[in-house]
Design a protein around this ligand. Structure first.
Ligand SMILES: Nc1ncnc2c1ncn2[C@@H]1O[C@H](COP(=O)(O)OP(=O)(O)O)[C@@H](O)[C@H]1O
Ligand SMILES: CC(=O)OP(=O)(O)O
Ligand SMILES: [Mg+2]
Length: 394
């Protein structure tokens, strides 16, 4: 049977899946898995259709880029050994930045890949790894077509106001505006929502994608109207290692008074801040929730506080709040985070059922809550597989 290979290269992870295609994309992949811990001690986990789990370390050293490359090679080796007689006819990729031009998935060619290189400085933790995956597939399977699915595409429906910075017009015209990210995740979750919350899915909805990277999106009629991430994936919420929004005056001060240059600031804002920076312990929410250190507690509290603040702002953009939806690794699994955020949103009519929340139920609001509150697992890989099949008419 035909299959689409999906690659989702994140900041510190590489998720992969083989989706059988037979007229339409199968609900579940035949093989899937991920490499986690790229940049530290990467380890790959693969799950076969028969439910067998394989876990092994990835032999690698060197820079983040070199580790991403080794991780990819390791994944290709594993897929060769565990591919259940599927014929890989296409590859679909998550590409974080598509700029202003791309509001839909595209078939990738050499010219387009070169154009997408221009966005590397705008998404330094993602874009280089996304593009590297495309080149790696081209070298290994030169005859198959490849499709790029952009994180920014879903947000192209936003009104101009939501995309604008208050900067001189010439800069806005030059593309310095708010793009928004995690679009494949929002797209997938928005499509699941009618099943979970009925008609309210068409109303004022805020989805919180809380993973290693974290952002929130306001939707109306299932379409993005505003988001917390902007020109780059460092704006908005506090994240695993990213600061989120910060007074730009702090950066000017650090440059002028502390002699920090662009490289040092990039490191600070993307790699040393967020949960890791505030706790001084870990970027991993599991570790922080299990820790008794007051610094861990402070990091979690600030993470939740920032979400609650942004929720108010996004509700203003959406013109109300009919539903609040949690997704991403933290959103799906960290009941304590959902509880704190919802407690701070009580003034908006958010009320959750403690037992349902602890059970990670699909609906966690009480019968009297004015706002529907849902937990919807995201699936960027399936979204990519569907888009790839669609773009190629598979
Ligand atoms: N059971 C859990 N409880 C709390 N946090 C969790 C749990 N499982 C995963 N997480 C957190 O989810 C985050 C990773 O989210 P994920 O969406 O997988 O990340 P990525 O952005 O790399 O795709 C990490 O902070 C991790 O600690
Ligand atoms: C855009 C982004 O932050 O992605 P991730 O959550 O995969 O780091
Ligand atoms: Mg992610």
């Amino acid at each position: 049977m035909k299959a689409v290979l999906v690659l989702n290269a994140g900041s510190s992870s590489l998720k992969f899946a083989l989706y059988p295609v037979n007229g339409e994309v199968a609900l579940a992949p035949a093989v899937s898995g991920q490499v986690e811990g790229i940049g530290a001690t990467p380890e790959v986990t693969l799950k076969t259709a028969a439910g067998e789990r394989i876990q092994e370390p990835v032999a690698t050293a060197g820079s983040q880029g070199e580790q991403h490359r080794d991780a990819l090679e390791h994944v290709f080796g594993l897929l060769n050994r565990h591919n259940p007689a599927l014929d890989i006819v296409a590859a679909g990729h998550r590409i974080v930045h598509g700029g202003e031009r791309y509001s839909a998935p595209v078939v990738l060619d050499a010219r387009l890949l070169e154009e997408l290189e221009d966005f590397v400085p705008l998404a330094p933790l993602h874009q280089p790894h996304n593009l590297r995956a495309v080149h790696a597939v081209a070298a290994l399977l030169p005859s198959i077509p490849q499709v790029g699915c952009f994180d920014t595409a879903f947000h192209r429906t936003q009104p101009a106001l939501a995309q604008a910075f208050a900067l001189p017009r010439r800069l806005t015209k030059g593309g310095i505006k708010r793009y928004g990210f995690h679009g494949l995740s929002y797209d997938y979750v928005a499509r699941q929502l009618p099943e979970v919350i009925g008609e309210r899915a068409q109303g004022a909805v805020v989805i919180a994608h809380l993973g290693n990277g974290a952002s929130m999106c306001a939707l109306r009629d299932g379409k993005s109207v505003a988001s917390t991430m902007g020109f780059t994936a460092v704006e908005g919420l506090m994240m695993g290692t990213r600061s989120g929004s910060i007074d730009p005056g702090v950066l000017l001060y650090l440059m002028e008074e502390k002699g920090m240059d662009a490289r040092a600031l990039t490191r600070l804002l993307y790699k040393e801040s967020g949960l890791l920076g505030v706790s001084g312990i870990s970027q991993d929410m599991r570790t922080l929730l299990a820790s008794e250190a007051p610094e861990a507690q402070e990091a979690v509290d600030l993470f939740c506080y920032r979400i609650a603040r942004e929720l108010g702002s996004l509700a203003a953009a959406a013109g109300g709040l009919d539903a609040l939806v949690f997704t991403g690794g933290i959103g799906e699994h960290a009941a304590a985070v959902r509880e704190k955020v919802c407690a701070m949103a009580a003034w908006m009519g958010v009320e959750i059922d403690s037992a349902a929340n602890t059970d990670h139920a699909r609906r966690i609001d009480t019968a009297t809550s004015r706002v529907a509150v849902a937990v919807v697992p995201t699936n960027e890989e399936r979204m990519i597989a569907r888009y790839t099949a669609q773009a190629l008419g598979l």
